[in-house]
Design a protein around this ligand. Structure first.
Ligand code: NAP
Ligand code: HSE
Length: 433
């Protein structure tokens, strides 16, 4: 094997810059671990004249993908451009040209991962994507290797730094949603189009990847029920706090009796749940294994250097495998049949906040209706409201199915005394009292 391994870097934005810095600053350590000098031979960008936060030799930059894809000297392509196309096409072409690929691209891996991993296998090339989920937390390797002897039953992840940052700032500083989103964008956390962060799509893509690796099923993005945080109000966040809960955008993947559910939604976590204190841009993934029990992995979910560490660790793995001649041999294809739960099989506790007419008998009617739907209530609170003649009622249910919740919600909405359902959330982590 050559003493020098050449890398073609596609993208020199937040993550790409972190990769360049780590390779430059930690080059000696990387050499000691791999026995090879890892050097960057070309960098693909869109705009050759753009001012950049770090200085690279002018000759390294190119705006022609072929300078990397068809360059016989380049052994490994690192794709950190983002977006689906042309990133997917370039990854595919790199593999077909016999190059190993490292990517941070959850969009491509969630939507086209199966196809690309198959090509990688056929080409005896590596395709690693550690940075695609939870930035700096080495969670994919942990799932694949660390949990190989266990059966995972549940994965709960705070896997989007932008939304976690927004919800934390709303809770701690009472900040308005739009202002905090602007801050997350300027800090480099948000996607180019932050709608995918805010509407839960970015987290859904990451949960698709986690679910596939955790449950060995060929899950696709369409299997994930997605709800983002754009409807979450400051009132909801503060309300949750007063009642012993923290609102978080959470991905849940759960396996029961061979069937899975995967969702992304704002959830009321009881304050004593380990994920409730994961604040700011930090991510965490809570994994329940039948044998190991509860575990949690915590760290920065975005940013140049944290994400760069995940990319460069993948590079190190590729180079070590090159030395051993085992590239492309490690990937395990999903081997369990995919079976999805129906709404009658998804169980949880729920929080509902209602605006009602403040008149006699409303509470009794409501509790009667819940009893008829066989949804048992854990807590009922009536609160005064600024609007004259109106009141606010908060209900927390015991465990009920998604189907039961939908049916009770429909009947509550149809009650004359109910003005509207202000919000409803899944509750995780047991009782807050
Ligand atoms: P970014 O800051 O927007 O940088 C993208 C880079 O790719 C830029 O250098 C851009 O060139 C280049 N680029 C984009 N489209 C191109 C094209 N068609 N041809 C040539 N060059 C192109 O993105 P990022 O935040 O680093 O994210 C990169 C990837 O990492 C994404 O898949 C993202 O989801 C993932 N990721 C990001 C983070 C994070 O913290 N940001 C964390 C985990 C994973 P110019 O510089 O010339 O515009
Ligand atoms: N936009 C993503 C986030 C970047 O906020 O988590 C890391 O994937």
């Amino acid at each position: 094997m050559a003493a020098e391994v050449k890398v073609g870097l596609m993208g020199l934005g937040t993550v790409g810059s972190g990769v360049v810095r780590l390779i430059e600053e930690n080059g000696r350590d990387l050499y000691n671990q791999t026995g090879s000098k890892i050097s960057i031979a070309k960098i693909l960008v869109q705009d050759l004249d753009k001012e950049r936060s770090l200085t690279v030799q002018k000759g390294l930059l190119t705006d022609q993908a072929e300078d990397i894809l068809d360059n016989k000297e380049i052994d490994i392509v690192v794709e950190v451009m983002g977006g689906i196309d042309p990133a997917r096409t370039y990854i595919r072409q790199a593999l077909l040209n016999g190059k190993h690929v490292v990517t941070a691209n959850k969009d491509v891996m969630a939507l086209h991962g199966s196809e690309l991993l198959l090509i990688a296998k056929e080409q005896e090339c590596d395709l690693f994507y550690e940075a695609s989920v939870a930035g700096g937390i080495p969670i994919l390797r942990t799932l694949v290797d660390g949990f190989s002897s266990d059966r995972i039953g549940k994965i709960i992840g705070i896997v989007n730094g932008t939304t976690n940052y927004i919800l934390t700032e709303m809770k701690q500083k009472g900040s308005a949603f739009a202002d905090v989103l602007g801050q997350a964008q300027s800090l480099g956390y948000a996607e180019a189009d932050p709608t995918s962060d805010v509407e839960g799509l970015d987290a859904a893509r990451k949960m698709t990847i986690l679910g596939r690796l955790g449950f060995h099923m060929n899950l696709s993005l369409e299997d994930v029920k997605v709800k983002g945080i754009s409807d979450v109000t400051l009132e909801d966040v503060q309300f949750a706090g007063q009642m012993g809960y923290t609102l978080k955008l959470v991905g849940i993947a759960q396996l029961d009796g061979g069937k899975v559910e995967v969702s992304v939604q704002p959830v009321m976590l009881t304050d004593h749940h380990p994920l409730a204190s994961v604040d700011g841009v930090y991510n965490a993934v809570y994994i329940y294994g039948d044998a190991v029990g509860e575990t949690m992995f915590y760290g920065p979910g975005a940013g140049d250097l944290p994400t760069g560490t995940a990319v460069v660790s993948d590079l190190v793995t590729v180079v070590k495998s090159m030395r051993l001649g085992v590239n492309g041999k490690g990937a395990v294809a999903p081997y369990r049949e995919k079976r999805l739960k129906s709404k009658r099989e998804v169980f949880s506790k729920y929080f509902l906040r209602l605006r009602v007419r403040d008149e006699a008998g409303v509470l009794a009617q409501l509790t009667q209706l819940f009893a008829e739907t066989a949804v048992s209530l854990e807590r009922v609170l009536q609160l005064p409201c600024s609007e004259k003649g109106e009141a606010e009622i908060v209900l927390i249910t015991h465990t009920a199915s998604q189907h039961q919740l939908d049916s009770v919600k429909g009947r509550v909405e149809a009650m004359d005394a109910v003005i509207h359902i202000q919000s409803h959330y899944r509750v995780e982590g047991g009782s807050a009292v």
